[in-house]
Design a protein around this ligand. Sequence first.
Ligand SMILES: *Cc1c(COP(=O)(O)O)cnc(C)c1O
Length: 459
Amino acid sequence: MAQIKYFSTNHKASEVTFGEALLKGLAPDKGLFMPNAIPSFSKEELNALKGKQYYEIAALVFSKFLGEEVPMNDLLAMTKDAYNFDVPLENVIDRKYVMRLDQGPTASFKDFAGRMMGRMMQYFLKRQNVNKLILTATSGDTGSAMAHAFYGLNNIQIAVLFPEKEVSDRQRKQMTTLQKNVQIIAIDGKFDDAQAMVKQAFSDPDLECLNFTSSNSINIGRLIPQIVYYIYSYTQLRKQDSDELESVVFCIPSGNFGDMMGCVLATKMGLPVKKILVATNENDEFEKLMKTHKYNKIEPSKNCLSSAMNVGHPSNLARLIELYGGNMDEKGNILKEPDFVAMDKMFVAQSVTDAETRETIKLAWDKYHVMLEPHGAVGWKCVEDYLASEKPSEDQLLISLETAHPAKFPKAIIDAIGVDPELPESLSGLEGKEEYFDKIEGNYPAFKEYLDKRYGWRK
Ligand SMILES: *Cc1c(COP(=O)(O)O)cnc(C)c1O
């Protein structure tokens, strides 16, 4: 197969290699990078993956997208280092499973994409002998996932801005107890202020010498790792007694649709996915799009219990529209309609209320003794409805994603089922640790001054 290149969904920038797309993040025309061809897995290749370790499957998926850019041995070294934790597949009933993506260092599925992206960036930067400074603003969880993802890597520094009063003690401690190449900065302001400060720094010509890059969810380096767990879970759970590949239904609690795009790409690579249940919280712009074929983002987004999915305009939606033959610009205008008939065949879009989320945490516990947190519960509500309306056979394989650890949401769990979830190792032991962070005012001049003191752009 010819070497894959990466084009922009706005179609006004030239194609680049994976390494370039990774370090750029956003295309120069503000579009999102997409591969110009989608590699595939043959039936024989999928058959051969049973019993393989997660990191081996990850390296294989990456090699298909990177071709000659990175030798297999280097990929294996990176995936082995990134994926040093379990991926439990918990049986719920019949052949219905919950895949727990919550065993990484920050107990959220964002560890999967972040850790691999960090190692890939380090790899390419080392090869070019350059350094980069990652700037990111967080309202809590993304910042700690990214700080951990880049922690201790070479050629990369990361600075994370957070609104001091809007972040929980545990969220803050997950970031501030790291040090090394991680700088944490509290601002006296709101998350929106932090985000605006980062944005302005990116476009400030004075700061060009700092060689910024961003790590947000639109980076192609975060998308490819999100293909892997679909292929992994399917190949581990599928029946081995026939050569035919059985079908699978996935259910994905969704916000910015990065996770869901991983599943769509896995499907295009040959995974026999029958349906994708796209579960969102009360931000129901996707359910409405699928029903009416008209798109209206929700501004501002609604605050729901499943807080990491409070998204009113999914940043990866343009990629989905592109894959289905349409076109959406960076503002969310549909310039060309996608193939809604094909999308209808593949997706069940469902918005779940907070009340339903709470009920589902309780139902999963009472009925199956399975503990779900709010994001996973949004997903499982869609599974329950799908089982009731479609009545698939007991034999139908279904895998629903749990994207965070219940211990990150103790209040929601205690309220629903009266049980205080046990802290995983990654989250315990923070109490006694020393915290290191700087504090600045929540405005751009203060930030720019800080960047000079810390990283020296005035040299
Ligand atoms: C980010 C996040 C999601 C949403 O994932 P997307 O890829 O943005 O759709 C769901 N659950 C948790 C816990 C998250 O942190």
